[in-house]
Design a protein around this ligand. Structure first.
Ligand SMILES: Cc1cc2nc3c(=O)[nH]c(=O)nc-3n(C[C@H](O)[C@H](O)[C@H](O)COP(=O)(O)O)c2cc1C
Length: 299
């Protein structure tokens, strides 16, 4: 196979990089030339984060404010496939991803080119994905596949463990009681299987059935309760972002948002899920199906 593949992504801890590496391994083994770029910001946020720096990026995530990226050169003018790695930050495309998607050179490459999106996140990627799709559409690319790897532990457990990871920098077991945070090692390695599925489509330049095949392999699994929570949380985050963005002294507001998030997560979210279950879950199957489809569609 003499196909050219570009894989471009940001990864702070390296997790998304590992996923992309596993995903592209079968393509390379099949003879495709794979060019990988790990984009970096000019002002990289420190890792591990402090609580203040972590929450302080929320407004810019929600309001799509880009940051300056370190320049990168692409070897080719056109590729047969572009793999776009993104991660959600505060239910939005991460600032680095949103920033490199503004790059003129990359946008020229993306025009009329098949694109597969790959994410590795905690478990809330739907709102971000809707906005990633808009960025892909704006670049006039052809979105042909989506893979979403998540932390499959219960929502409150992964909420605790991701903060342990982000604020301490180690993807290890918090207090030796909690499971390791992030996407499980086995799932990261299993990204190879999705790469394998892509090979015949890349070879024939025929992408029609790809997403159906990926869905059968559980490359995307949609969790109903998380979809409901994200729907409500996304709207409220935006209100907070707009308020905080206008404040001169942002820090007290950032800290207020942090406490709001804790209460919303442990008290508000279960209430929202319960109300939804009573009102809609079993009475509006068509509406639910349509909402799920909205998030599964590639365009
Ligand atoms: C500031 C910030 C906000 C995040 N918000 C979300 C989120 O809304 N939903 C989610 O599933 N994961 C969220 N995550 C986890 C990331 O999507 C990602 O899984 C993690 O940062 C590891 O990715 P990496 O490959 O860049 O290191 C967040 C991470 C950071 C740093």
């Amino acid at each position: 196979m003499t196909k050219k593949v570009l894989a471009i992504y940001y990864s702070q801890s390296g997790q998304l990089g590992e996923i992309i590496d596993n995903f592209t391994t079968p393509l390379e083994a099949a003879g495709a030339s794979v060019e990988k770029h790990r984009v970096r910001l000019v002002n990289e946020p420190n890792f591990p984060w402090t609580a203040d720096t972590f929450f302080s990026v929320m407004p810019d995530c929600q309001l799509d404010v880009p940051a300056e990226i370190q320049p990168f050169d692409l070897k080719e003018k056109k590729y047969d496939l572009v793999v776009l790695g993104y991660q959600p930050w505060f239910l939005s495309p991460s600032i680095p991803f949103n920033s490199f998607m503004q790059d003129e050179g990359l946008r020229a490459v993306l025009k009329d080119t098949p694109v597969i999106t790959v994410t590795g996140c905690r478990n809330m990627w739907l709102n971000a994905f809707v906005r990633v799709k808009k960025l892909i559409k704006a670049a006039e690319a052809n979105h042909v596949g989506n893979i979403a790897l998540v932390d499959t532990h219960p929502n409150p457990v992964s909420f605790v463990t991701i903060f342990h990871w982000m604020l301490h920098g180690k993807k290890d077991r918090y207090l030796n009681i909690f499971p390791p945070p992030g996407v499980a090692d086995a799932d990261i390695k299993n990204a190879k299987a999705f790469g394998q599925t892509v090979i015949p489509h890349l070879d024939d330049d025929n992408w029609e059935e790809l997403q159906d095949e990926l869905d059968k392999q559980k490359a995307v699994v949609l969790n109903y309760n998380l979809m409901i929570i994200e729907g409500v949380a996304g709207k409220i985050f935006r209100v907070w972002a707009n308020i905080i963005a206008k404040k001169k002294n942002k820090l007290p507001w950032i800290r207020a948002f942090k406490y709001y998030l804790l209460i919303a997560f442990f008290v508000g979210a279960p209430i929202v899920v319960t109300i939804d279950a009573i009102l809609f879950r079993f009475t509006s199957p068509k509406r639910i199906k349509a909402r799920k489809q909205h998030f599964l569609n590639l365009n």
